[in-house]
Design a protein around this ligand. Structure first.
Ligand code: CP
Ligand code: NVA
Length: 305
């Protein structure tokens, strides 16, 4: 039976551990020039409906390094824009490919695609979730801090798709997650409720960013207006200004706090330029790690490793 990765709720804690171990191992092997050809003969389709730099290129590079072939499909160039049913598209693509990474707006569309496909479907970001991002972020925290437990991880900013995946992570792993958002920009109620119900560790919602980051081990932020919300950008700015991750905010956290951002970043908005480029920032390693984690994910879902 094929397995999909549509949300982090699809991943067991045991599988998370395997993915962390394997991605860290693959990173070391890559650095020392050791070849891995675990996806020889396999083809991954990438059906993308929204822009992407990191997710697209890291999945494509991951396939190439592992001996497989990536095939990028801009949705605009497919018959999907001429209303070919999603289920038909899923059936046909399943005849050609061994897996699909999908970036789109609607989580329902992704689920429909997964229901019609006989190959694994991997969520490369929807309006609701960004599960592969948070898997590689957890890998980065493990790499930097050597542990996931007993760390104060603070989300500062919009209660968006990446925040939702963080909540899902806290539902399956023993994390200490604090989410600081402006009023009116909290995470989706149903996702939050389910995460609070199932939390393996501790989840706390606050609105004061300064209170939130006191003693933090990890500060994480993301854009104030996600893809698809561009027209709301200027309105949002006034509510989000106190949530900028800048030197003053970082000073309230632990001395060895790491600052994370999934990128792309807007210097002077959600994060100041000096913090992004400063000694606490791990954003460049974080973005590299997407490729190593994507390799581990592809091996698991496409080659059953
Ligand atoms: N972090 C991330 O998903 O970046 P892209 O939008 O460039 O893929
Ligand atoms: N929340 C952002 C993440 C980009 C990787 C967005 O959806 O645009």
């Amino acid at each position: 039976m094929k397995k999909d990765l549509l949300t982090l709720r699809d991943v067991s804690p045991e599988d998370c551990k395997l993915l962390f171990d394997r991605s860290l191992e693959l990173k070391k092997r890559h650095a020392s020039g050791m070849p891995d050809r675990t996806l020889e003969g396999k083809t991954l389709g990438l059906v993308f409906d929204k822009p992407s730099t990191r997710t697209r290129v890291s999945f494509e590079a991951a396939m190439a390094h592992l001996g497989g072939t990536p095939l990028f499909l801009n949705t605009q160039d497919t018959q999907l824009i001429r209303n070919e049913p999603i289920a038909d598209t899923a059936r046909v693509l399943s005849r050609y490919l061994d897996g699909l990474a999908v970036r789109t707006y609607s989580q329902n569309l992704l689920e429909e695609l997964a229901a019609g496909a006989s190959i694994p479907i991997i969520n490369g970001l929807t309006d609701l979730y960004h599960p592969c991002q948070v898997l590689s972020d957890l890998m980065t925290i493990l790499e930097q801090k050597g542990q996931l437990e007993d760390l104060k991880i603070v989300w500062v900013g919009d209660g968006n798709n990446v925040a939702h995946s963080w909540l899902n992570a806290a539902a399956i792993l023993p994390l200490n997650l604090i989410v600081a958002t402006p009023k009116g920009y909290e995470p989706d109620e149903a996702i939050l409720k389910a995460a609070l119900r199932d939390a393996e560790g501790r989840i706390e919602m606050v609105s004061d960013p300064v209170e939130a980051v006191r003693g933090a081990d990890v500060i994480y932020t993301d854009v104030w207006a996600s893809m698809g919300q561009e027209s709301d950008h200027d309105r949002r700015k006034q509510f989000f200004e106190p949530y900028q991750v800048n030197k003053n905010l970082v000073a309230k956290a632990k001395e060895d706090v790491i600052v994370m951002h999934c990128l792309p970043a807007h210097r002077g908005e959600e994060i100041s330029g000096d913090v992004l480029e400063g000694p606490h920032s791990v954003v460049w390693d974080q973005s590299e790690n997407k490729m190593h984690m994507h390799k581990a994910i592809l091996e698991k879902y496409m080659a059953g490793r």
